[in-house]
Design a protein around this ligand. Structure first.
Ligand code: MRU
Length: 344
């Protein structure tokens, strides 16, 4: 296993994605120039995490034009609709597709439309790298002492085009002597914490322990957690935030134990068209993801399952939202933010 890995890269007209379903035991890459394969990778969570999905979809749109100059409008509608149908909750996907649409609409008559769309996708990727760096820097403000941090799901390099959101707050904090230890929620059912966050913490040399999701309350009761920081898939205008199922549990626990609960996300995760958390569509996943672990059946296939991939934490439970444009405090006012303003 190499020490460094790239979750998303573009090389020689191919998109290369690390296959996250195989981690941490196997580092395997998917190399493709086929947008249908990219759509499948998003649906299967081979690539996942809100910003990473957006960046990947942007490359997918460009690749639809690599070998195709025929019926450009029809081709664009097809790739846009296919990618938009992959996962409903992370707004970064729809934000990136809209950015690609603006570029397509302004240039659809050009012969080099593939190159133009590719440049735009690369810019979205680079902007995401910059936003992650800014989130890491802005997040330093939340540490007032060397802290023990609890996190949920995976929000690092694997989940973004850059160094991560909540993960980068932790990593930057660690590099600045402000993080002593990390508790990583295992994150049932797909184990993004015990597989992916653990993988990234190990690579970053940050001391950590994996806990089952149900251990958080007991840890907090013992005074072993100083703060919680997690990511988001969509933030409503009032600050309600959708994130991996189990996040809301943590916010309620933090309130009970008087522990600060933070969200970290780029401004592209704020949905200016979504007034409250009630307006966020929550993805339901297949029952197999609960009744099986990988290919091993662990409960009866006939049992009914309810498996929402995300929940919504009410704004009032969120101590602060760390973005690339700074740290916002409740009551939230995002009227000054304009996602993507740096690339227009
Ligand atoms: O279903 P997933 O693994 O795509 O869910 C990911 C999360 O919930 C992350 O916390 C969120 O996308 C933020 S990633 C920087």
């Amino acid at each position: 296993m190499s020490n460094n890995f790239k979750s998303i890269s573009f090389d020689n007209d191919y998109l290369i994605l690390i296959n996250q379903t195989k981690l941490p035991l196997t580092e395997e890459y998917i190399k493709t120039d086929d947008y249908e394969r990219i759509a499948l990778a998003i649906e299967r969570l081979e690539v996942r995490g809100a910003p990473a999905i957006g960046v990947t979809a942007a490359y997918g749109v460009a690749l639809a034009f690599k070998n195709n100059q025929q019926n450009k409008n029809e081709a664009f509608t097809k790739v846009y609709n296919r990618l938009a149908a992959t996962r409903p909750t992370a707004v970064n996907l729809f934000w990136a597709l809209e950015e690609m649409k603006k570029t397509f609409d302004a240039n659809s008559e050009q012969d080099n439309i593939y190159q133009i769309l590719l440049e735009k996708a690369k810019q979205i990727h680079q902007d995401d790298i910059n936003m992650c760096d800014a989130i890491g820097r802005n997040g330093l403000e939340i540490f007032d002492k060397k802290s023990v941090v609890l996190t949920h799901c995976n929000t690092g390099q694997l989940a973004t085009g850059g160094n991560g959101t909540a993960f980068n707050v932790i990593k930057t904090g660690f590099e600045n002597g402000m993080v002593a230890h990390v508790y990583a929620d295992e994150t049932r059912p797909l184990l993004q914490g015990s597989r992916l966050t653990a993988f990234e913490l190990e690579k970053a040399g940050i001391p950590f322990s994996i806990i089952t999701d149900s251990t958080a309350a007991f840890l907090m009761k013992q005074g072993k957690v100083d703060l919680v920081v997690v990511g988001a898939d969509r933030i409503a205008v009032n600050g309600d935030a959708a994130n991996k199922i189990g996040t809301y549990n943590l916010a309620v626990l933090c309130k009970h134990h008087n522990i600060p609960f933070y969200i970290a996300a780029p401004v592209t995760t704020i949905d200016t068209g979504c007034p409250t958390g009630d307006d966020i569509k929550i993805e339901l996943r297949s029952k197999d993801e609960v009744l099986k672990i990988k290919d091993i059946q662990i409960s009866k296939p006939s049992y009914d399952v309810y498996s929402p991939a995300f929940d919504v934490t009410p704004a009032g439970l969120i101590h602060g939202i760390i973005t690339d444009e700074g740290l916002f405090r409740y009551p939230y006012d995002f009227s000054e933010i304009r996602p993507g303003k740096n690339n227009r």
